[in-house]
Design a protein. Structure first.
Length: 256
């Protein structure tokens, strides 16, 4: 695990400018969401997803601009880290962002929708909902782990979204728990740190919102590097060669 974390830090360090750009944009999208909530007249903006329960349509509209912008930069950062880890000579961040932005946006929307829409809007509040939500989120999270490499695979092998997800599902056989731990440690650490800061700064909803956004942005950037590191490790594993045939780094997405 330490080797993968060290490799993630190395990739972040080699793309310092792009990593800082991603962090800045992540924080900016948090501010954009607050602005959209004010423009739409939504109360409780700092409550996060809770707003989707009271005003689902307006809440989605408020989130949408940040999701779109974030997907572009996330695709660019993942692409740069992936090709850097594979060849040591990545293109600029915009190359991968322009090429894989729409696929990243589609995948994020699909995964997020599959995980939360049934839990938030379909099942009525009851004990059954709690049980259903736990089972559904577990299943959706497990599937998310199995297709975690789809973007890396799509960029390296120039495959479509569906084909990349299939390839990732095959590549992650027996790796879901490992991925959960690798990604879970930074996420849990951020949650604990946010909780601790919240205890020190009670009643500072706006400030805590931006602090959480900054910490979550750092965690997501780090997890992106960890996923790349594990993908490269498994890709280079001789036992996986049949699943991941080497293809030169792509310069643009394959036509759908």
């Amino acid at each position: 695990m330490n080797n993968l974390y060290n490799e993630a830090c190395r990739l972040i360090g080699r793309s310092r400018r792009e990593s800082m750009c991603y962090m800045t944009v992540y924080l900016a999208t948090a501010g954009l969401y607050i602005l959209m909530c004010r423009l739409l007249g939504l109360d409780g903006a700092y409550g996060g997803v809770e707003i989707l329960k009271t005003s689902p349509v307006k809440g989605l509209v408020a989130y949408l601009p940040g999701i779109v912008v974030g997907a572009w930069f996330a695709a660019g950062l993942a692409g740069r880290y992936t090709i850097d880890a594979l060849t040591g000579a990545p293109e600029g961040m915009a190359c991968y962002a322009n090429g894989w932005f729409l696929r990243k946006l589609a995948a994020d929307s699909l995964i997020t929708g599959a995980m939360w829409v049934p839990v938030l809007f379909i099942v009525p509040v009851s004990f059954i909902r709690v049980v259903f939500a736990a089972m559904w989120i577990f299943a959706a999270a497990w599937m998310g782990l199995r297709i975690a490499f789809w973007l890396n695979i799509s960029i390296v092998e120039n495959l479509s979204l569906i084909e990349s997800m299939k390839r990732s599902y095959a590549l992650t056989r027996g790796q879901a728990l490992r991925l959960l731990i690798l990604a879970g440690v930074p996420r849990v650490s951020v949650s604990i740190l946010s909780w601790a800061i919240g205890k020190v700064l009670p009643g500072q909803a706006a400030l805590m919102y931006y602090i959480k956004a900054m910490l979550e942005g750092a965690a997501m950037m780090f997890i992106t590097g960890v996923v790349v590191a594990l993908y490269i490790e498994l890709r280079m594993d001789g036992s996986k060669n049949a699943l991941v045939e080497a293809v030169p780094a792509a310069t643009g997405p394959r036509a759908e």
